[in-house]
Design a protein around this ligand. Structure first.
Ligand SMILES: [Mg+2]
Length: 377
C-alpha cells in the first residue's frame, strides 16, 4: 500500500473519529486510531522468535517496534505456532517475560488451539490428552470436562508398560496434580468407560509408553486389555516432522511420532489408523489467524472504509518452508511469506520446493522490511 493511500485513509479515520468517539473506549489496548494500518503479521515462534527459551534474530527489538511509546499495540500481530503443551494464557505470560513485551492471550495461536472447536462434540465424553507440558489442563481450559492425561490414564493399568521398571525418570505426579488425579479416579471408571478420543496436544515425551497405550486404547475401542472395538477418534495438533530448538540440527517433532505410531498400529491391527491432524500448513489455520488479527483492531462500525475487510496484506514470518511458507502459499492472497535463516531453513538462496516471497536472515530484518514497505516505521 502506498504512503498516500495510508494518508488519505488516516484522513477518513479522523473524520470518522468525530462520529464514533465511543470507539476510543474499545481501543484502549490498541494504539491511536490514526496509526491504524491495513496489514497484520503472524510470527512462527520456534526458529524465528526463540531457540529453546532464548530469543533469536533480534526478536525482542523487532517485536518492540510493533508497540507505541506507551506500550500499546500499534501493529496487529499474532504468534502462529504449531508448538504447545500449555494453555494460551500461560504461554502468553511466558512470551511476555522472555521477550519484554505485553503479549495477550488472544495473540497466541498454538497447534492445539483448533481443538476448541471439538468441545461441542466431546464436552462430556471421556478423552485422553497426550504430550509434554500440561496437556490435560489445556483441554480442560478449552471446556472438555472429562479428560485425563496419558500419564494419569496409564497409571491406572498395572503392567500396561512392561518397560516402566527400566525407566530412570519418574512420572510421579506432584501433590496438587495428585489431588486432581484422585478426583479423576472417582470421576472416571477407566475399566468400564470407553475412551472416546485421544488428543495429541504436544510432543509426546515417553514414545514407547505412549505408542503402547495408544495402541491399547485405539485397537480395543477405548478399553485397554479388552476385545477389539471400533477405533476411537484420534487428533494430532500438528504434523511437523522436524523443528528447531537450541540444538544445532533439527529435532524430531509430532509428525515423526505420528509416522512411528501409524506404522506400528497398521502392522499390528487389521484396520488402518484413522486420524485428523491440525496446525500449519493447513489453510484453515491461516484463515483463523486472519480473523484473530482483524479482531485485534478495535471495531469502527460506522466507518465503512475502516472495517476488518480493509486488511490488504497478511505477513507470515517462518523458518520452516514445508510448514510456514507452504501454508501461506496454499492460503494464497493476501498472504505474503517471509522465510528466515535462524531455524530449520539455513540455505543461501530461496527454498527449492516451497519458495518464499522473501528470504531474510532474521526476524528483525523481516519486520524492518514490512514496516518500510508499509510506511509504518
Ligand atoms: Mg518454526
Amino acid at each position: 500500500m502506498s504512503c498516500f493511500h495510508l494518508f488519505t485513509k488516516a484522513l477518513r479515520q479522523n473524520q470518522s473519529r468525530n462520529r464514533t468517539a465511543f470507539s476510543f473506549l474499545l481501543s484502549r489496548s490498541f494504539s491511536h486510531q490514526s496509526e491504524r494500518h491495513s496489514f497484520g503479521i503472524a510470527f512462527d515462534i520456534d526458529g524465528v522468535i526463540l531457540l529453546g527459551n532464548a530469543p533469536v534474530g533480534g526478536s525482542p527489538a523487532a517485536l518492540s517496534r510493533l508497540y507505541d511509546g506507551t506500550g500499546r499495540l500499534r501493529i496487529p500481530y499474532v504468534f502462529l505456532t504449531n508448538g504447545g503443551g500449555y494453555p494460551e494464557a500461560k504461554r502468553a505470560l511466558e512470551l511476555s517475560q522472555l521477550l519484554g513485551i505485553n503479549v495477550t492471550t488472544s495473540q497466541v495461536l498454538q497447534g492445539h488451539s483448533p481443538f476448541k472447536r471439538l468441545v461441542d462434540r466431546f464436552e462430556n465424553e471421556f478423552v485422553v490428552a497426550v504430550g509434554k507440558g500440561e496437556p490435560a489442563a489445556v483441554m480442560s481450559e478449552y471446556g472438555f470436562k472429562n479428560v485425563l492425561s496419558i500419564d494419569e490414564y496409564a497409571s491406572f493399568f498395572e503392567n500396561i508398560d512392561p518397560l516402566a521398571p527400566y525407566k530412570k525418570w519418574t512420572t510421579k505426579l506432584p501433590a496438587v496434580q495428585s489431588a486432581k488425579f484422585n478426583e479423576g479416579a472417582r470421576r472416571n471408571d477407566v475399566f468400564s468407560e470407553r475412551v472416546k478420543a485421544a488428543f495429541i496436544v504436544s510432543d509426546p515425551v515417553d514414545w514407547s509408553r505412549d505408542i503402547q497405550v495408544l495402541c491399547d486404547i485405539l485397537k480395543t475401542g477405548g478399553l485397554p486389555g479388552r476385545n477389539v472395538g471400533p477405533q476411537p477418534h484420534l487428533y494430532f495438533a500438528n504434523d511437523d516432522l522436524e523443528y528447531q530448538t537450541a540444538f544445532p540440527s533439527e529435532r524430531l517433532g509430532m509428525g515423526a511420532f505420528r509416522i512411528a505410531f501409524e506404522s506400528i498400529f497398521n502392522r499390528s491391527h487389521h484396520h488402518s489408523l484413522e486420524f485428523t491432524s491440525f496446525g500449519k500448513p493447513h489453510p484453515s489455520v491461516f484463515k483463523n489467524a486472519e480473523i484473530v488479527l482483524q479482531q485485534l483492531v478495535p471495531p469502527l462500525h460506522e466507518d465503512p472504509y475502516n472495517n476488518a475487510q480493509s486488511f490488504k496484506t497478511f505477513y507470515m514470518i517462518g523458518d520452516n518452508p514445508a510448514v510456514d511458507i507452504r501454508g501461506a502459499r496454499q492460503t494464497g492472497h493476501p498472504w505474503f511469506s517471509i522465510l528466515t535463516r535462524t531455524g530449520v531453513f539455513k540455505g543461501k538462496g530461496n527454498h527449492d520446493k516451497f519458495p518464499a516471497d522473501l528470504v531474510v536472515d532474521t526476524v528483525e530484518q523481516a519486520v524492518d522490511y514490512i514496516l518500510t514497505k508499509e510506511c509504518a516505521s
